[in-house]
Design a binder for this molecule. Structure first.
Ligand SMILES: Cc1cc2nc3c(=O)[nH]c(=O)nc-3n(C[C@H](O)[C@H](O)[C@H](O)COP(=O)(O)O)c2cc1C
Length: 130
């Protein structure tokens, strides 16, 4: 599953605490994934058993640290992209969009395939260093 949202009160403390709790919970729930983040954007890829994913997404929907949450994609996949990451945090790749792109909602308009391709690219970049 992939969704995009707008951070509310984005700061280092918030993002660290989100990643910390996500790592703990996701390990328990057999969920893996990647959170691309910057001050004006969250873009998250979540993969795992559908029931656990649904529970986690329902919690995420209620979280006051972001708003304007839009699901971009939900598909069955055979293979995990982030098998070794309960939740990888990624601040870097977002140089692919400038502030104007994000303001104008470019990321919110990605289709399912485009959104998936972004995370496929991120996961390949990780592989190179393992
Ligand atoms: C952008 C964003 C991404 C999040 N990702 C996850 C996640 O992958 N897994 C998770 O358990 N919680 C995630 N959370 C946190 C949840 O919204 C919620 O605070 C947390 O799951 C509550 O955990 P608890 O039930 O153990 O208190 C995320 C929150 C935000 C704002």
């Amino acid at each position: 599953m992939i969704y995009v949202s707008t951070p509310l009160g984005f700061n280092k403390k918030n993002i660290n605490s989100i990643l910390e709790v996500s790592n703990l919970n996701n390990k328990k729930n057999n969920i893996t994934g990647c959170l691309i983040y910057r001050s004006d954007l969250y873009l998250q890829y979540l993969e795992g058993p559908s029931k656990e994913l649904e529970n986690t997404y329902n919690k995420i929907l209620k979280d006051k640290r972001h708003s304007d949450i839009i699901k971009l994609s939900e598909n069955n996949t055979k293979r995990r992209l982030f098998a070794n990451w309960a939740m990888r945090g990624d601040p870097l790749i977002t140089s692919m969009w400038n502030n104007k792109d994000v303001m104008e909602g470019t990321v919110k308009k990605l289709n399912s395939i485009e959104a998936f391709k972004i995370f496929e690219t991120v996961s390949r970049e990780i592989d190179q260093f393992n």
